[in-house]
Design a protein around this ligand. Structure first.
Ligand SMILES: *Cc1c(COP(=O)(O)O)cnc(C)c1O
Length: 404
């Protein structure tokens, strides 16, 4: 029974090293690729040239995909604006809303310290241009402090932007509660849902705007969407101008095959979400059990009980994360949340925001499991990781010296 429920829903090509970085990107589901192929190798067709057969065929494919995306999040097709991904959707929503509402005195944006750079850098850019940025802190478990957030949202607030699922620690924020706080002050509420859509039940009924990325849900890279409720659509200013596609909100010819793939990915996610969430939760727990049995010392970063199923972020005390990654890189692809700038490695701003200090941020790794992850991979990876950790810890080092 258990084995059955741990089976991957579709066979992916097995490759070494073991891929465990599903928060960075997910592999293209082979069923998605199959739906895309006819639009890559088939006849031409600009979906905006609807005065002839070829254009109409392309347009129909795009609109079917738009419906699939809308359906997954409980939106209507007219509320979906295709973009190149979640980064562009964040830019469109944050810049497009703020540029519009700040003329009426709402120039404040409230966000939180653990947001993705595709939110933080946009608001930082706007703060140099007359917007006022406020950032709510998070508790050590990664949950945003709602009292503090509430105190920051006032009648000059134009937008509250808080992500649904964090890309480093997987923590799920109470977006509906946050939306109530925003709306009570007359502000719009936006959520970067790139890590949530297709992984956890996500419905936009209480949300004004959301960002989605296809390549985080087993669709192709280079496409995503901005969900804009009608009240937001009325005010949002375009960031990209041109031929007036996507209701004039985001100009540019839509990539038909990518739209089709994104739509297929959403359809599959809707069907398999519950199964996959349960399967990944079981695999995640097995990963933790194997680490526990190995005897290595570790702590999970971020709440375990309010978290997307396929994510772990683990602190191994006294083990340099970069050294650990180097040690296991032939066996598995895992990551740190650290960002490489020109000449230095910056510890993860998310882990720093939890308040544990730099050492913990530099001793933590992110492990992401997903649709192609098998039970065998989890066992192999957890055992090899535990071994590498043991050999890198100071205690482990001393023990191995004594053994010699
Ligand atoms: C991946 C990711 C993004 C960026 O999405 P792209 O589609 O790659 O631009 C933004 N926000 C979060 C939370 C993400 O995980």
């Amino acid at each position: 029974m258990l084995e059955e429920s741990l089976e991957t829903p579709v066979a992916f090509e097995a490759r070494e090293p073991i891929y465990l970085d599903f928060q960075a990107t997910t592999p293209l589901d082979p069923r998605v690729l199959a739906e895309m192929l006819p639009y890559l190798s088939g006849p031409a067709g600009n979906p905006h040239s609807t005065s002839h057969f070829h254009g109409i065929a392309a347009s129909k494919a795009v609109e079917a995909a738009r419906s699939d995306v809308a359906e997954l999040i409980g939106a209507t097709p007219d509320e979906i604006i295709f973009t190149s991904g979640a980064t562009e959707a964040n830019n469109l929503i944050i810049q497009g809303v703020l540029n519009s509402v700040r003329v009426s005195g709402r120039r404040r944006i409230v966000t939180c310290t653990t947001e993705h750079k595709a939110v933080l850098e946009v608001v930082a850019h706007l703060s140099g241009r007359g917007a006022e940025i406020r950032s709510a802190p998070v508790f050590p478990n990664g949950m945003v402090d709602l009292d503090q957030l509430n105190g920051l949202v006032d009648d000059t607030t134009g937008l509250v932007s808080i992500m649904t699922v964090n890309n480093e620690i997987g923590v799920l924020q109470p977006v509906e509660e946050i939306s109530r706080i925003a709306r009570a002050a007359g502000s719009f509420f936006h959520t970067d849902a790139a890590q949530a859509v297709g992984k956890v039940p996500f419905n936009v009924s209480e949300i004004d705007a959301a960002s989605i990325s296809s390549h985080k849900l087993y669709g192709p890279m280079g496409i995503g969407a901005a969900y804009l409720a009608r009240n937001v659509r009325r005010v949002v200013e375009p960031v990209v101008f041109g031929g007036g596609q996507e209701r004039g909100i985001r100009s540019g010819t839509l990539p038909v095959a990518l739209c089709v793939g994104f739509g297929a990915a959403c359809r599959i996610a809707a069907k398999e979400l519950d199964y996959e969430a349960a399967r990944l939760l079981a695999l995640r727990n097995q990963f933790l059990e194997i680490l526990q049995e190995s005897g290595v010392h570790f702590e999970v970063n971020g709440a375990l009980d309010r978290r997307v199923a396929g994510n772990l972020n683990i602190h191994f005390p006294h083990v340099d994360a970069e050294a650990l990654l180097m040690r296991v890189r032939n066996d598995m692809s895992i990551s740190t949340g650290s960002a490489c700038t020109a000449d230095s490695i910056q510890p993860s701003h998310v882990l720093l925001a939890l308040g544990f200090g730099e050492a913990r941020a530099e001793e933590s790794v992110r492990i992401g499991m997903g649709r192609s992850t098998t039970e065998a991979e989890v066992h192999t990876a957890a055992q090899k990781l535990a071994k590498a950790v043991a050999s890198l810890t100071k205690v482990g080092y001393k023990t191995s010296l004594m053994e010699r």
